[in-house]
Design a protein. Structure first.
Length: 197
């Protein structure tokens, strides 16, 4: 549920056709909602919609949690008019979905709140390396190589890397494996490899 401009917006999955929809009500009362959109779906099956508005513009996003053909894959649509029926599917180059999340919740926060959270808890201690031209693929380590594999993949930590001072040049960075500390990405013999030093 999203409240905006005095109206209530409900995103839901219709079990009859398996699509996601956005509906509007001026009161939020039961049976007072009018559906605004045609059905939306990416992947073979999708559920758990999340409707979010930008803190800084009249931009809305509708997220959906797909479970087929792969599980735990998030897709998103964008619109400048939540009351209309013009939602554009965003390419995965535009966003990076959460790792191994299911039925997530997105809560917009202010820059001040973000700063307070980082000051209290720090920033994430790992990164993922996402392909630009194959945006559903991430670098992982497997059998001492570093292939680009489609998400989701397991174990999760195989695709998590720490940025550390560069081994060859401390002014640069190296990528250290999270679950194999002391192992790093290295290009060798026309392949990216996971090498232990």
């Amino acid at each position: 549920m999203l409240v905006d401009g005095g109206a209530f917006y409900l995103s839901y999955k219709n079990l009859a056709d398996g699509n996601l929809y956005v509906a509007r009500s001026t009161t939020g009362a039961p049976n007072s909602f009018t559906t605004l959109t045609s059905g939306l779906r990416q992947g073979n099956a999708i559920e758990a919609p999340i409707l979010v508005k930008s803190n800084t513009s009249n931009t809305f996003w509708l997220w959906g949690d797909s479970f087929s053909p792969s599980n735990a894959v998030f897709y998103t649509w964008q619109s400048a008019n939540v009351n209309g029926n013009a939602w554009s599917a965003l390419g995965r180059r535009t966003y990076t979905p959460p790792i191994n999340a299911k039925h997530a919740t997105i809560t917009p926060i202010t820059a001040t709140e973000q700063t307070a959270l980082v000051n209290r808890w720090g920033t994430p201690r790992w990164n993922r390396l996402k392909s630009s031209n194959f945006p559903d693929r991430y670098v992982r380590h497997a059998n001492n190589l570093a292939p680009l594999d489609p998400f989701p993949m397991g174990p999760t930590a195989d695709q998590q890397w720490r940025l550390v001072p560069g081994l060859a040049d401390p002014a640069g960075v190296s990528f250290e494996s999270v679950n194999l500390p002391g192992s790093y990405l290295r290009h060798s013999n026309y392949a990216v490899r996971q090498v232990t030093y």
